[in-house]
Design a protein around this ligand. Sequence first.
Ligand code: HEC
Ligand code: HEC
Length: 214
Amino acid sequence: MKRILSLILFIAPAFVLAEPASNMVWMPETLNFVKDGDVKKGEQLAESCIGCHGEKGISPMGMFPSLAGQMANYTYKQLRDYAEGKRENSMMSSIAAGLSEKDSADLAAWFQSLPAAQNQPSQDDISKAISLVKKGNGKKILPPCFVCHGSEGEGQKMDTPALAGQQADYTEATLLAYKNGTRHNDLYSRMRVIAKQLSDDEIKQLAEYYQQLK
Ligand code: HEC
Ligand code: HEC
């Protein structure tokens, strides 16, 4: 019994001291810093992103997310999270580590200024996704996606990304990564809690639903 108690005492601080999901704190200074991002400088820096994220931020391939039209705060946060090891990816971690905070804000401003991708309506059955987006699931702790991501998937200013037009393969992969915990940079675990309750089939439908939204 004593051993179990001391084990609990030993483990408990690990939870209290668990690493924060992200170093980002949305103070007014940070919000203003991102808002002052220089679109022209961002356009120049973005030359090196075209190979994967496409001309004008519209990705040519399912595995690469489109960045066009994305909320600047969200893009800025992701770049800083990659740079600081809070979000990991073999391609993005080193690229982001080479960007200063100012570069990240300039790039975020450039991508926000571009029109988002437009896609054809889906021919597949996405009825489960439509219900989850609009109503959520009261039997689980699943709020409808639209309350945060907007009724047109347009996102919200603070740090909630736009999802409309995003490559379905990427959205599916990133939701699965939240679900299994390999993506863990969401503040307050908001997306991890949600994704854990989604079946893989629901995730697939949600990814398709958002890709075809305009
Ligand atoms: C070699 C290919 C490659 C290059 C070059 C590249 N990226 Fe990426 N980028 C990726 C991949 C792959 C992902 C998805 C990674 C993941 O799942 O975490 C990604 C993800 C991102 C994300 C996260 C998007 C989201 O919706 O969460 C941002 C922001 C981003 N890249 C910005 C940039 C910027 C800015 C540049 C240029 C300075 C750049 N990338 C260059 C491959 C690349
Ligand atoms: C309580 C608010 C909230 C709800 C509800 C919510 N999200 Fe999110 N979502 C967020 C936030 C905030 C982020 C950004 C997290 C970060 O900084 O990495 C996010 C990120 C995402 C991303 C990553 C986007 C990218 O470009 O990588 C996807 C995909 C996503 N959410 C899908 C969904 C779906 C599908 C639902 C409904 C089943 C949903 N979300 C419900 C707040 C929410």
